[in-house]
Write a protein that binds this ligand. Sequence first.
Ligand SMILES: [Zn+2]
Length: 440
Amino acid sequence: MRERPGQTGMVPIPWAGNDAAIVQNSQGANIMCASYNDACHARIPLMTTSASLTTDPVALAQALIRCRSVTPDEGGALTLLQSLLEPAGFQCHRLPFSAPGTPDVDNLYARFGALGTNGPHLCFAGHTDVVPPGDEKAWTHPPFAGVVENGVLWGRGAIDMKGAIACFAVAALRFIASRNGKIPGAISFLITGDEEGPSINGTAKVLDWMKDNGERMDACIVGEPSSLDTFGDELKIGRRGSLNGELIVLGKQGHAAYPRTAENPVPKLARMIDRLSSAPLDKGTENFEPSSLEVTVISVNNAATNVIPSEARAKLNIRYNDLWTRPKVEAHVRAICEATAAELGARWQLTFSGTGDVFRTKPGPLVDTMSGAAKSITGLTPRMSTGGGTSDARFIHFYCPVIEFGLLNRTIHQVDEHCDIVDLHRLVDVYGAFLERYFG
Ligand SMILES: [Zn+2]
């Protein structure tokens, strides 16, 4: 614990790690900071003890929400988690990464149990970073207050995905305690602070670090909010690929009254994106929704109505299923552009970016174990889904089978993100049932 000038009443908290402190706020009340850096907004009432954080998923989710960890800020969230896992016997590694042109990001890898013994290594992957709250005044309760009211937990990250991290932490600590600290294998947490951002200094680099350090996984659960209409109705076993494209049509600038001396790229771009948007990619497959191409941005850098601009741009996002590979999608889009541009006599450029290729985890023990664990708690057999956007599972599937199971995704990224308390308790129970079955 560090002293901080101008702060009074600081008391060390043995379980809360080196950075934590109890301080007095401006009203003179004692509050706790999970991590004492300037980015920290973790304010936990003094009555919250380490015991309740490790046993009560609601208290832990609240404490995590109170860490203002908008990407790329750590906000005290990883420190809080580490402060609970380390005393329980987890070997913790903080893994800050950086890359040119992207913000530095902190990550946490924590493992309980030895590798390379007879038992398997199960990893739980998640992210403590959250998307910005938007207009904080539009929220029913402040987005980083972690308010519980009438059986509902409110706050940014309640569902995506501090709630699920809290649930798995409580389930894992309970499971380890029930086995007197001896589990047949290893349990780890791969928690990143860069899932909602560029995803460059996060999970992908932690996985590289794990490989370099001999940390081999046998299976992975990602705690993304997978449920659609009721808790536990879906289990994600794959994701469509995601690819971004930028199309630029080049013209020649000139006076709008003298179009013969200029070349207007705007109508040509409009025709090209119309052609791209109106050709369906496919009708879907047994395991995947239809692929889609959406034009998401059209931009012309021109403010004058009497000037024909020199270029016009459009951005595309393509979600593709297992009928496609990234090179196949790129070739397809390029062919449509080529054919249309030839008809119009357009000069154009097309570039692609994006990291997530399509993947599906095959039926097998991991999928069956989670499906059975969920049914034992909810009474529902979850549908196997590959819908929705992309997640860090797109990096993990190269290393081991991966599934995603978490809370209801109805209010993710919205003002007033919230989840039912009862779902948090049920998610702890599902993860607990999974651990019992997985480790036999
Ligand atoms: Zn998420």
